[in-house]
Design a protein around this ligand. Structure first.
Ligand SMILES: [Fe+2]
Ligand SMILES: [Fe+2]
Length: 184
């Protein structure tokens, strides 16, 4: 895996920064949800946190030959209040990635013929769509002071695709086998 162009490398670093923060933020929001009586929404946060780790790792691996220091500018959502607001923060972060960040990063990678970056951005963009949907469902329940159900949540270790209940035979985004999915 490699990257040749400075602009694509910058976007990979920024996306790595954004995903790293999302990973940490979801662990914090997840722990808070658990403490406040929403263990299953807490579990959703943990699962999605793992998916963001997959995205960060993918971006990092594309940059593996770019050894050296870098200052990273990346968007991140802050705030730690109640469950409904924390979920709104999560929805806002995912929507930003789906509508603004990844479409631009992806088009740039295509323009610069950066196949590895294109793959990594494409995986993240598509997985974030599921995340936004899952957080919206969780927020609708939280608004009625209800937790999510007990269904297991599964994360694809290759692309971060996240699904509740049943895992498809093959990941719809990357084609990974059902058996490889991580269960939460
Ligand atoms: Fe996400
Ligand atoms: Fe996948």
């Amino acid at each position: 895996m490699s990257v040749k162009n400075a602009m694509t490398a910058d976007f990979l670093r920024s996306a790595y920064g954004g995903e790293s923060m999302a990973h940490m933020r979801y662990l914090i929001w997840g722990q808070t949800a658990e403490k406040n009586g929403f263990p299953n929404i807490g579990r959703l946060f943990k699962a999605v946190s793992n998916a963001e780790w997959v995205h960060a790792k993918n971006h990092f691996e594309v940059l593996k030959q770019q050894m050296g220091d870098s200052s990273v500018t990346a968007g991140g959502v802050f705030g730690l209040t109640d469950i409904v607001e924390n979920l709104q923060g999560a929805i806002n972060g995912e929507d930003h990635e789906i509508k603004q960040m990844y479409p631009v990063y992806l088009e740039n990678a295509k323009f610069q013929q950066e196949k590895d970056a294109e793959r990594s951005f494409n995986f993240a963009l598509n997985a974030e769509k599921q995340h936004a949907q899952l957080f919206r469902e969780a927020q609708a329940l939280a608004k009625q002071n209800k937790d999510m159900g007990e269904e297991k949540i599964y994360v694809c270790p290759v692309c971060g695709y996240t699904v509740k209940g049943e895992v498809p035979e093959k990941c719809p985004i990357c084609g990974a086998e059902k058996q490889s999915f991580k269960e939460f």
